[in-house]
Design a protein around this ligand. Structure first.
Ligand code: NAD
Length: 292
């Protein structure tokens, strides 16, 4: 059996085209959608994420307010910069790239971004609104996964979705979105405390891995014909590439021989995350999703 590849790159581009049109419409009304992208330190992976977000913003005709701060930036300084951005009417969204250096309390940083500009949907108020199905932003990666499932007309209602990974940015919000009536999935959430992971993943009609471990999901852990969504982004050493590494997901490529649909890495969930981020900046500029 040969699986269907869920092309997140193509769908992401389609969404970005629509975002571009919306941005142009806003510009005609004198509003330039703007995202402040804050990066503290020089972690290479973070730098590369930030650069691709900034490039996508510019390509969509939006403003990217790039704020690069040295690793030594104090927590107080970072919080005061966020406060300035909160007050700046020209800035519609604020993104602080994670992780921040160890001497800075990430929880405080997340809580400092006003929920009306919290396009990542990390603030406790945003998360609460999302769980309670109130007005508010949807988190980018989980929203991107749902868009992909819809695009490929995957039956979600009544499906058993097994998610591996319980992070605040992927696993937990995704589980919460999937149990909404509009999706009606039955969700199992697995994590490091799960006994016999395989016994759970084998039951999945839709299996979503968001762990960060290459080849964690093997063919014998996947039900024949299942939909497999690989959120993982891992850098593994590869001396044959100019960078010395390659990017792969959590799912063993051999799973493609057994499942019905799968997302490639790169080119699956990653581009969807960026597309949904751009859409959230538009929503912020339109104040459409903002709960005040
Ligand atoms: P995380 O790194 O915060 O936590 C990993 C999770 O995996 C934890 O909840 C842990 O309980 C679980 N886990 C670890 N080992 C496990 C095991 N052996 N069995 C079962 N569960 C296990 O999670 P994160 O921030 O969601 O990141 C996960 C991966 O997804 C990373 O590779 C990250 O780079 C990637 N990611 C990708 C995107 C995207 O746009 N594609 C977005 C966010 C994160």
């Amino acid at each position: 059996m040969s699986a269907i590849i869920m092309d997140g790159k193509a769908l992401g581009l389609k969404i970005r085209e629509s975002v571009k049109l919306q941005a142009a419409g806003l510009k005609e009304k004198g509003i330039v959608p703007c995202l402040a992208v804050v990066l503290v330190g020089e972690d290479p992976a973070s730098l590369s994420y930030v650069k691709s977000k900034e490039k996508a913003l510019t390509e969509a005709g939006m403003e990217s307010r790039d704020i690069r701060l040295p690793e030594s930036t104090s927590e107080e300084k970072l919080l005061s910069i966020i406060e300035e951005l909160n007050k700046d009417n020209k800035v519609h969204g604020i993104l602080v790239q994670s992780p921040v250096p160890k001497h800075i309390d990430e929880e405080k940083v997340i809580a400092a971004v006003t929920p009306t500009k919290d396009v990542d949907c990390f603030h406790p108020v945003s998360v609460g609104n999302m769980i309670l199905e109130r007005q508010g932003f949807l988190p980018c990666t989980p929203h991107g996964v749902l868009k992909l499932l819809r695009e490929y007309k995957i039956q979600i209602a009544g499906a058993h979705v097994v998610i591996v990974g319980r992070s605040n940015i992927v696993g937990k919000p995704l589980a919460n979105l999937l149990i909404r009536k509009e999706y009606n999935a039955t969700v199992t959430l697995c994590h490091t405390g799960t006994k016999d992971l395989k016994s759970h993943t084998l039951q999945a009609d839709i299996l979503i891995s968001a762990v960060g471990r290459p080849n964690l999901i093997k063919p014998d852990m996947v039900k024949e014909g299942a939909v497999v969504i690989d959120v993982g982004i891992n850098r593994v050493t590869d001396t044959s590439t100019s960078k010395g590494y390659k990017v792969c997901g959590d799912v063993d490529p051999a799973v493609a021989e057994k499942c019905g649909f799968f997302t490639p890495v790169p080119g699956g969930v990653g581009p969807m995350t960026i597309a949904m981020l751009l859409q959230n900046v538009i929503e912020a500029a339109l104040k459409r999703r903002v709960y005040e």
